[in-house]
Write a protein that binds this ligand. Structure first.
Ligand code: C2O
Ligand code: CU
Length: 569
């Protein structure tokens, strides 16, 4: 019975993919259901158009993930009511999961499990993008530590647009080590996904290269161009690809060219900012909370905007976790820098506050963000929206309810984390340097733009080894003489931050952010400020294959600031 069902599913998926794929020039990438072991958790995720009411008046057209639980405890899937964000997926370490992505969008897509340690064909590399109507079956065992991971689309050149249209969700892992701590759970465990959007006068999202009529409009036509063709079929995407199918918005009368030509195109390559802050996919609202300890799981889900988080009353933040789960012990920060895709878990004891009182998480002003003011036309897509990168704003306000106060104690030790030992790396004395570069209107790393299947010698590593990499942000990546921050993300693993250094020229800028890094724990994304060098220690284990590393400022990624690394067995 079960086997019949699986066979049917695979056969159906393949034929659908084959038919739909032909039209897009994509291979039929639907996957077989793998070994005949029943998973602990089985989910369907439908990527599809929809609409939600975010602001008063007309609903906003979005793209979203709709989840359906086929096997597993009801707590596995939690929909966020009234939000375009995907369902919260909650699993435990060691569980086998099967997740089927069904592409109900008018263009190719694929899901990446951000932060998870999975085989390369389960990781959502753009070479596995599936056509409209097709299905991709993911199967993997959850090997990560307890923590707040997430998922989002990763088709080449369209990640920014698809995330901006609404596609993203949280993937929360639990384990025994964490459960033993008795941290705040249930309604005291609050996920906060922070994003920024720009709306047109009709309540619709605005995204450059896409007509404001909605996420489904000209984007599809753009994808039909040389971009996917060249990219999917084996690289050589940059140069031609960029100009041909990418940011130029060909096929859209009101695309980039229509809105101001080269200047606006460059502004879009710098990043897309919005002047409306959305929390969990909705407008900002005051959240009433019990006077008890809470765990706040923050994800910067913005395309480009970096956050500098702090409490409005000036009290320090208590950080208990970061990208790869709990820290060894809690740390205190006056503020925390959170680049796109980074996560941080806070412990907030509202039990120590007055009934009826309010406190807010804010993003404070800082220097060294995307400065679009110098762009032609005053920063067309970004700077003009009225909320510059590095400007201050409120993120989330909390009001203490009138119930009795029950303050709590936070354990002094949270998790076992061995000290990072760079001596274990095979190149401890000679770190590999990776530097964002700007070529002819194209981003790259060390002068090379994204190449679908390519990895250089430096990008080839040996399974079972550790290496030190240095992300450098010192000038080869400047645009019109301006340096900007980058959020370097490595797929398929968690790494450790070894050191940071900043050039003297940027010391003043750096002073506005430098005390806000949480580098103590496991990371998968690291903010590299202008003038900065960040060294990280990576361990390549379990899975050979081709994985991505890139800047998580999605417009940078989509326009070339992404490369593969190859793990050789
Ligand atoms: Cu969340 Cu390749 O990224
Ligand atoms: Cu970047």
């Amino acid at each position: 019975m079960k086997i019949d069902r699986r066979e049917l599913l695979v056969r159906t998926a393949s034929s659908v993919a084959a038919v739909a794929g032909a039209a897009w020039g994509l291979p039929a990438t639907a996957r077989s259901a793998g070994p005949a072991i029943e998973p602990d958790v089985h989910i369907e995720l439908h990527a599809e158009p929809g609409h939600v009411t975010i602001r008063r008046g007309v609903p906003t057209r979005v793209w979203r993930y709709r989840g359906r639980l086929l096997r597993g405890d009801a707590s596995v899937l939690e929909t966020m009511p009234g939000s375009y964000l995907g369902p919260l997926i909650r699993v435990r370490r060691g569980q086998r999961v099967r997740i089927e992505l069904l592409n109900g969008l008018p263009e190719p897509t694929i899901i990446h499990w951000h932060g998870l340690h999975v085989p390369d064909d389960m990781d959502g590399h753009p070479r596995f993008a599936i056509a409209p109507g097709a299905r991709y079956v993911y199967e993997f065992t959850v090997r990560n530590r307890a923590g707040s991971y997430w998922f989002h689309p990763h088709p080449h050149g369209r990640t920014g647009a698809q995330v901006a249209a609404g596609l993203a969700g949280l993937f929360i892992v639990g384990d025994d080590e964490e459960a033993a701590l008795g941290l705040p759970a249930g309604v005291q465990d609050i996920p906060l996904v922070i994003q920024d959007r720009q709306f047109d006068s009709d309540n619709q999202f605005v995204y450059p290269g896409r007509d404001s009529a909605g996420p489904g409009m000209p984007g599809g036509e753009m994808m039909g161009g040389g971009m996917m063709g060249g990219g999917m079929m084996g690289g050589g995407m940059m140069g031609g690809g960029m100009m041909g199918g990418g940011m130029m918005g060909r096929g859209s009368g009101r695309g980039m060219m229509g809105r101001g030509g080269m200047g606006s195109m460059m502004a879009a390559m710098m990043g897309v900012l919005g002047d409306h802050i959305l929390v969990n996919g909705g407008a900002q609202v005051v959240r009433e909370v019990a006077r008890r300890p809470h765990r706040l799981r923050l994800l910067n889900g913005a395309n480009t905007r970096t956050l500098k988080l702090a409490w409005s009353d000036g009290s320090p933040l208590t950080v208990i976790g970061s990208d790869g789960g709990l820290l060894a012990r809690p740390v205190q920060r006056d503020y925390v820098m959170l680049a796109p895709a980074e996560r941080v878990d806070l412990w907030a004891d509202f039990g120590r506050r007055q009934a009826g009182s309010e406190v807010a998480l804010r993003s404070l002003a800082f220097e060294g963000g995307m400065d679009m003011s110098g762009m032609m036309g005053g920063g067309m897509m970004g700077g003009q929206v009225g909320l510059a990168d590095g400007a201050a704003f409120e993120v989330q306000r909390f009001r203490m309810d009138s119930g009795s106060a029950r303050p709590g104690e936070l354990p002094a030790a949270l998790a076992q984390i061995a000290p990072a030992d760079s001596g274990a790396a095979i190149n401890a004395a000679r770190p590999k340097v990776f530097e964002p570069t700007m070529g002819m209107m194209v981003w790259g790393i060390n002068g090379q733009s994204f190449d679908m299947l390519g990895a250089s010698e430096q990008e080839t590593v040996k399974l079972g080894t550790q290496e030190v990499w240095e992300f450098r942000n010192e000038g080869r990546g400047s645009m019109m003489g301006m340096l900007m921050p980058h959020a370097m993300h490595v797929h398929g693993l968690q790494f450790r931050v070894l050191s940071r250094a900043v050039s003297r020229r940027f010391a003043d800028v750096y002073r506005t952010v430098g005390a806000g890094f949480v580098d103590e724990g496991w990371k998968d994304t690291v903010l590299v400020m202008p003038g900065e060098r960040v060294r990280v220690l990576l361990r390549f284990e379990d899975y050979p294959g081709l994985f991505l590393y890139h800047c998580h400022m999605l417009e940078h990624e989509d326009s070339g600031l992404m490369r593969n690394y190859l793990v050789k067995a």
